[in-house]
Design a binder for this molecule. Structure first.
Ligand SMILES: [Zn+2]
Length: 154
């Protein structure tokens, strides 16, 4: 969940701002003002000091809550996904753990797909092209797995 600490303008205190979520309002709405590049300016805490960093829409980090030691430690992380796979006769393991990641102040300017294929905790860093190619391989593998399963006679 992303939380921003932008100063709030209370309805009624500013002549141009109306309380859109009040019962008398015809519509309830949330207003987001994205930048043209799909990023927003959010507060981040670095050694207890608040700085504002550009944060992509896919990032779920509360940068103000995560007090980093250095600006280079500020990273953007997207929502993580995984799949539970059976292991052995009774176990299971989260595999194909993936999220989008970016370390904008450490020299890496482009986001990448962080992928832990086996659930061991070690992530590979895939470019968009590599991630899409891997996803295509997964789709093909799933089709072969489905065909194998279908070949089992009852
Ligand atoms: Zn972010």
């Amino acid at each position: 969940m992303v939380a921003t600490t932008r100063p709030k303008i209370e309805a009624g205190r500013h002549p141009l701002i109306k309380n859109l979520s009040s019962p008398e309002s015809r519509y309830r709405m949330t207003v987001a003002i994205p930048s043209p590049s799909g990023e927003r300016l959010v507060p981040a805490s670095v050694r207890g000091q608040i700085v504002h960093v550009s944060c992509p829409d896919w990032c779920v980090v509360d940068h103000a809550a995560a007090d980093e030691h250095h600006l280079e430690d500020v990273s953007h992380l997207g929502k993580q996904l995984s799949m539970t796979a059976p292991v052995g006769l009774t176990g299971s393991e989260d595999v194909l753990v993936a999220h989008v990641s970016q370390w904008p102040f450490s020299g890496e300017t482009h986001p990448y797909l962080a992928l832990d294929a086996t659930g061991c905790g070690e992530f590979s860093e895939l470019t968009k092209v590599q991630a899409l190619a891997f996803a295509d391989q997964l789709v093909a593998h799933a089709a072969q797995l489905r065909a194998l399963a279908a070949s089992i006679t009852d």
